[in-house]
Design a protein around this ligand. Structure first.
Ligand SMILES: [Zn+2]
Length: 169
């Protein structure tokens, strides 16, 4: 009348007790390689089903991506800002030359003076100072302007695309 040591329980009973976490069928499975294998297979299948049913990425995925983005050097962004700042300086320098130029001054200068009535004296002093600078140092200023223009154009060209141009190939 001794119970057989390997009388496997019903699978349904085994899985039900697996959900609960305790029971005679589960106790039996601990000492039975056949039932242990069945439980392990069931567990893996459940894991796969859970993985397929879960559409969300791992919770640390966004953090990992952001860390990787932060670690990447931003060459394009820095080059863009270099190009933009150089271009802005070139435009400002060009405007300065335009204002200090006698021919352009007659039109733009009087317009500005009319617009800034209170600051007319200051404006005239500023313009005469710029004119004096242009008269005494036209060549260096022009050289600086040409350099700025060249570097800004070079920067824009680099932004447009690296590699040799068709004419150089
Ligand atoms: Zn068994």
């Amino acid at each position: 009348m001794t119970p057989t040591t390997c009388e496997c329980p019903d699978l349904e009973e085994l899985f039900t007790e697996l959900e609960v976490g305790e029971g005679p069928a589960l106790e039996h499975a601990k000492g039975c390689p056949l039932c242990t294998a069945i439980i392990e297979e069931h567990r893996l299948l459940e894991k796969d089903l859970y993985r397929m049913a879960d559409p969300l990425p791992p919770p640390d995925l966004v953090h990992k991506v952001m860390a990787r983005v932060a670690a990447e050097p931003p060459p394009l962004r820095s080059e863009l800002w270099t190009g933009v700042s150089i271009l802005a300086v070139s435009i400002l320098a060009g405007l300065g030359v335009l204002l200090s130029n006698d021919a352009a001054l007659s039109g733009a200068g009087t317009g500005l003076a009319r617009f800034l009535v209170d600051g007319k004296a200051f404006l005239e002093a500023l313009l005469s100072g710029a004119r004096a600078l242009w008269n005494t140092a036209a060549a260096p200023v022009a050289g600086v302007l040409a350099f700025l223009l060249f570097t800004s154009l070079f920067g824009i060209k680099r932004l447009a695309g690296d590699g040799p141009t068709p004419s150089e190939a």
